[in-house]
Design a protein around this ligand. Structure first.
Ligand code: FAQ
Length: 304
């Protein structure tokens, strides 16, 4: 007879923290939610690089608000993971020691200010594509966290697009800066969806459990189809000679990212992996006094 867990999944209902669940379901969720949370935390670094150099007060305020949202997303996600029985300290340590991953995309540098716009447009665009279906994931706390995160991500995507639109209406040098940035970020953005389905060890089981609602390739396709008309409206070229509308499929055909590069970045050998982790560890060490003060305050408040 099917277990209560299996029946709940079959009815497409939610699993909640106190429900019985297979160990492997719990472990998969901890892995995915933690990786997602770490991505938000490390994801603050590439854009944070431009806060002090934003070209106007308005751009600085918008960028500050976006980066703060990312910290908030990390915290909602750590809270969702904690409902599965891991502590925030354990998760944070796994990030700092490299035992848990974060998204490959944040291991690429932000070389020009246009990268702030491109990250909003392409990276947040890819994040939305991947995360909207996760609002319907089978684990309750994760799905509920995703609803708020997706709302904020859509603001992030629009601020990036608006920034690029403004630059495209500027000088030739600004337009060239946007194109160069899109050329660098296009393929890494496609890699965010994970390896092709045939090389994705987790997809089949995660789909069967309703953790993932679409495969990596399905979402990558959706992202390409969504982005092509936006690129046209913006006036930039996507750097893929194989990108063409396929009438029969009702979708775009497109080239493959360099999957060897993807695995190298995932293994820790990308352009900025060492720098990102070193920065995170330094921030952790320098924040020790804040954690100590907060703990001392909490302990004292309990006695009062
Ligand atoms: N980077 O079997 P699959 C954001 C790993 S948030 C690094 O296909 P799965 C917001 C994977 O973990 C971006 N590693 O795995 C923002 C697995 O590792 P294992 C983060 C990757 O889990 C915007 C192995 O490869 N979003 O951007 C990547 O079924 C702007 C095999 O892969 C999420 O985390 C990768 N790209 O599918 C912030 C969304 N892809 O088993 C700041 C939630 C795969 O060795 C600025 N996560 N791997 O431990 C997911 O939807 C899934 O976990 C996937 C991967 C689709 C990422």
């Amino acid at each position: 007879m099917a277990s209560v867990f299996e029946q709940t999944i079959a009815r497409n209902e939610r699993i909640e923290p106190r429900d019985e669940m297979p160990d492997a379901y719990r472990a998969t969720l901890v892995r995915q939610i933690a990786q997602h949370a770490h991505s938000e935390i490390i994801g603050m670094q590439p854009e944070g690089n431009w806060i002090s150099r934003a070209p106007s007060l308005r751009r600085k305020l918008v960028l500050l608000a976006k980066v703060q949202d990312e910290a908030g997303h990390g915290l909602y996600l750590y809270s969702a993971a904690e409902t599965l029985g891991v502590s925030r300290d354990e998760l944070d340590e796994m990030l700092r020691t490299g035992r848990q991953k974060y998204s490959s995309i944040f291991n690429y540098p932000t070389l020009t200010y246009a990268d702030v716009g491109t990250i909003g447009w392409l990276v947040d665009g890819a994040a939305i594509c991947n995360q909207v279906p996760l609002c319907r994931t089978s684990y309750g706390p994760y799905g509920r966290a995703m609803i708020r995160i997706c709302k904020e991500e859509s603001f992030h995507q629009r601020q990036g697009y608006e920034l690029l639109m403004t630059m495209m209406g500027g000088t030739d040098a600004q337009r060239a800066m946007v194109q160069e940035s899109v050329d660098r970020f296009w393929w890494p953005a496609l890699m965010m969806f994970g390896p092709p389905d045939d090389d994705s060890p987790n997809t089949a089981q995660s789909m069967a459990w309703g953790i993932k609602r679409n495969t990596n390739d399905e979402l990558r396709q959706k992202f390409v189809d969504m982005t092509v008309p936006q690129a046209k409206a913006l006036g930039v070229t996507l750097p893929d000679p194989d990108l063409v509308w396929n009438e029969e499929r009702g979708a775009h055909d497109f080239g493959q990212p360099d999957w060897e590069e993807f695995w190298q970045v995932v293994k820790g050998n990308g352009p900025c992996n060492a720098q990102r982790l070193a920065h995170r560890r330094r921030a952790h060490d320098e924040g020790a006094w804040v954690r100590e003060a907060a703990s001392a305050y909490a302990a004292r408040s309990q006695h009062d």
